[in-house]
Design a protein around this ligand. Structure first.
Ligand code: AMP
Ligand code: TRP
Length: 333
């Protein structure tokens, strides 16, 4: 299937940063939706390395992680014949459009509202300007490709809303250029919480690895983490977000991995305790990880580089076309 011949399908754009180990939250909140969307839409999935360097990265490790994010996409089920995969820094239009948006659309007052920046910069001694400006680069990523839909986890909703604001502001001032994208979040998995604390999201920057199940954890490690995952008072397996947030989170993970509904899970575990449920959850996670990791380990670095190269070739003309239109509007072509 050729990307460019599918012009009338809605366009989907999303990305993941190569900045740490990817975990079940990334898979259930983002990648799982992407895999479903690639069948119906024109999908572009980016490895956003320029976002990753908003915080310090060790260069060798960053090169490795860029390839590993692609392998994660592939192992999750993204197929390079159905969706385009590319590396953000390969297409200079991303940073060029980000600069233009910085000047022509974004305001300090917009960025001052971004809660992720507040979280990420809190208690840090030195914070890069890039970390502050990160949502504008994200807007550029999305707007370059006339994106209709952006599938992300809940933590990115505010950034997509900002993207809409910037696009609308630019269009009002310079004439219609950008399509206004919609955010798409998974019904259940948009916010997978930490195994060690159901009040905090599962995160690669968590202080303890007990917070997350990495997609590269061995089944044994994952089983241990599940066994030790915090639970709520009582012993009933019941989906009650307010009173039983820890069990509710484990139930969501189980439900998304097995396609068994929350209602059915409640029914199946009537009269049984947390121990039984955790044992079955560990089995489901193990089955997922084993299949995932076989695929993950099956791609060579050369194959991955080829995929990135082809992906960049496919998106470059689209990005350049948008950038040209934008520059024309500004009178700088
Ligand atoms: P990041 O790892 O921050 O680049 O995030 C990649 C994607 O995973 C984004 O769409 C995030 O919103 C999503 N994501 C990250 N953590 C979680 C989580 N705990 N639950 C659901 N989605 C998540
Ligand atoms: N900021 C996103 C995250 O941390 C990653 C990202 C960058 C992205 N550019 C994007 C996601 C464009 C969707 C669309 O998860």
């Amino acid at each position: 299937m050729d990307y460019k011949t599918n012009k009338n399908k809605p366009a989907v754009f999303s990305g993941v940063q190569p900045s740490g180990v990817l975990h079940l939250g990334n898979y259930l909140g983002a990648l799982k939706q992407w895999v479903e969307m690639q069948e119906q839409y024109n999908c572009i999935f980016c490895v956003v390395d320029y976002h990753a360097i908003t915080v310090k990265q060790e260069p060798k490790q960053l090169s490795r992680r860029i390839l590993d994010v692609v392998r994660t996409y592939l192992a999750a089920g993204i197929h390079p014949a159905k969706a385009v995969i590319f590396q953000q820094s390969a297409i200079s239009a991303h940073t060029e459009l980000a600069w233009i948006l910085n000047c022509a659309a974004a305001r300090l007052s917009d960025l001052n509202k971004m809660t992720q920046f507040k979280d990420k910069s809190a208690k840090k001694e030195s914070v890069s300007v890039g970390l502050y400006d990160y949502p504008v680069l994200m807007a550029a990523d999305i707007l370059l490709y006339n994106t209709d839909a952006v599938p992300v986890g809940e933590d990115q909703v505010q950034h997509v809303e900002l993207t809409r604001t910037l696009a609308q502001r630019f269009n009002r001032q310079y004439g219609q250029v950008f399509k206004i994208p919609e955010v798409v979040i998974s019904e259940q998995g948009a916010r997978i919480m930490g195994l060690d604390d159901p009040a905090k999201k599962m995160s690669k920057s968590a202080a303890s690895p007990a917070n997350y199940i990495a997609l590269t954890d061995t089944p044994e490690v994952a089983t241990k983490k599940i066994r030790r995952a915090v639970t709520d008072s009582g012993s009933e397996i019941k989906y009650d977000l307010k009173n039983k947030p820890a069990i509710a989170n484990l139930m969501v993970i189980y439900s998304l991995l097995t396609n068994i509904s929350l209602k059915e899970i409640e029914k199946n575990y009537q009269g049984q305790g947390y121990g039984e449920f955790k044992k079955d959850l560990a089995e489901a996670v193990k089955k997922f990880l084993v299949e995932f990791q076989i695929k993950y380990n099956s791609f060579t670095d050369d194959e991955v580089r080829q995929i990135l190269k082809h992906g960049a070739e496919k998106v470059r003309p689209l990005a350049e076309e948008t950038l040209k239109t934008v520059k024309n509007k500004l009178g700088i072509n």
